[in-house]
Design a protein around this ligand. Structure first.
Ligand SMILES: [Zn+2]
Length: 58
């Protein structure tokens, strides 16, 4: 079981931060605000407002 991540990834992350071919992007679930409409922390990005997505491809 690999546990080499230094920061815990969020459910909305496509990949771990720093993974080649990926990059941070605005979280589509909260539009980058880090909060949902009801004021709670966005579970998709962990309240950061950003997620890690794969770059390139289709
Ligand atoms: Zn979010």
């Amino acid at each position: 079981m690999s546990n080499s991540t230094e920061s815990s990834p969020n459910p909305g992350d496509d990949a771990e931060a720093g993974t080649p071919g990926t990059g941070e992007d605005i979280c589509p679930a909260c539009q980058g605000s880090g909060k949902l409409a009801d004021g709670r922390s966005c579970p998709s990005c962990g309240g950061t407002g950003r997620i890690v997505e794969g770059i390139g491809g289709g």
